[in-house]
Design a protein around this ligand. Structure first.
Ligand code: FCA
Length: 335
């Protein structure tokens, strides 16, 4: 093969190689002169309070450091990919993302790389084509542990109320397709059964998506199948899952006196506590949209600005709050 004589030839060869490989690589977007940084924050369910709070805290970070934050809701793969294009058009150097589907990980990373963008994943961890988690910086909750906390708290309150095991069952609203949420309900189931709650009295309802209407539908099926149950323990993957089930139970005449639900979240459940009359929503495992919104954005910013590589895997914890102490806990967590 003839030696390449000039850089022009080299560039032509590189372009040809890339064309053959079917990919285009643009030079990494470095902060523009004057250090202007733009960061995107893409979330899968912008209508969910959790994600709105993440955005709020990300904005606080942007305000502190003086960079531009572009918030985009992207409920499906097509929207995520066009969101990345529009971030590139806005000269963003990277983005934080909670993807609508973890299997989009490889496609998202390929597109981000083609623009030279850095990616930080939050809440839901990318899964590669081989089914294992991808090596992309991630911050998520300690899902199994938090699920267990919910189970321990449910069982303690069940005992405190002196409910009979004969009249009581548990309704678990699950979503098996996403690891970080499956681990939560698995953790609760494990803690409940280890404490002595009979596994055969845990009835599961699979929701199609992790929101209130989907949980309402899933719970209705469980309730129709089990008209004999007088008292319900309720748990799910998030606040929305528990609230959907509680609303379905209210429709059938159940209330605070015979429903005991504990959610996981930091927004929707608090609204339930603001209501004057207690409902079946007993407690929340409060997780931190502050850490997930502010810290992820801050780490990405420092990565872009100063080249500081973020830690690969960070897991955050939860604190159980009830009607009695939630205001104080909100304050302690900076919410
Ligand atoms: C997942 C859930 C959200 C929230 C987040 C921390 O993305 O779908 O509701 O719990 O984890």
């Amino acid at each position: 093969m003839a030696m390449l004589k000039s850089t022009g030839n080299l560039a032509a060869c590189a372009a040809l190689c890339l064309a053959v490989l079917g990919c285009s690589v643009q030079p990494p977007a470095a902060p523009a002169a004057g250090g202007a940084v733009t960061i995107g924050f893409i979330v899968k369910q912008p209508e969910e309070l959790w994600f709105q709070h993440e955005w709020e805290f990300a904005q606080q970070c942007a305000d502190k450091y003086g960079f531009k934050l572009v918030k985009i809701g992207a409920p499906d793969g097509e929207k995520v990919l066009s969101a990345i294009d529009s971030l590139a058009a806005n000269k963003a150097q990277g983005f934080v993302i909670c993807t609508p589907d973890v299997r989009l990980g490889p496609a998202i990373m390929a597109k981000a790389k083609s623009y030279g963008m850095k990616v930080f994943t939050v809440d839901d961890q990318f899964v590669g084509s081989d089914g294992s988690f991808m090596d992309v910086p991630y911050m998520g909750i300690s899902a199994k542990e938090i699920g267990r906390q919910v189970g321990v708290a449910l069982y303690a309150e069940f005992q405190k109320r002196g409910w009979s095991i004969e009249e009581t069952a548990a309704c678990a609203i699950t979503f098996e397709e996403l690891n970080t949420v499956k681990e939560r309900t698995d953790g609760t189931t494990a803690a409940l059964t280890e404490a002595g709650f009979p596994a055969e009295k845990i009835y599961r309802g699979a929701e199609k998506i992790t929101d209130v209407p989907a949980a309402f539908d899933a719970a209705n099926i469980v309730l129709t199948q089990h008209p004999e149950v007088k008292r319900w323990l309720v748990y799910s993957v998030n606040d929305e899952g528990v609230l959907g089930a509680i609303r379905a139970m209210e429709n059938r005449g159940f209330g605070a006196e015979n429903v005991l639900g504990i959610g996981i979240g930091a927004g929707t459940g608090f609204i339930e506590f603001e209501k004057e009359k207690p409902t079946g929503y007993f407690a929340i495992a409060v997780i931190s949209p502050k850490r997930h919104g502010y810290e992820t954005t801050e780490r990405l910013y420092k990565w872009i600005k100063d080249g500081v590589e973020p830690p690969k895997d960070t897991r955050t914890t939860a604190t159980i709050a009830t009607r009695e102490n939630y205001k104080q806990i909100k304050q302690e967590l900076g919410l």
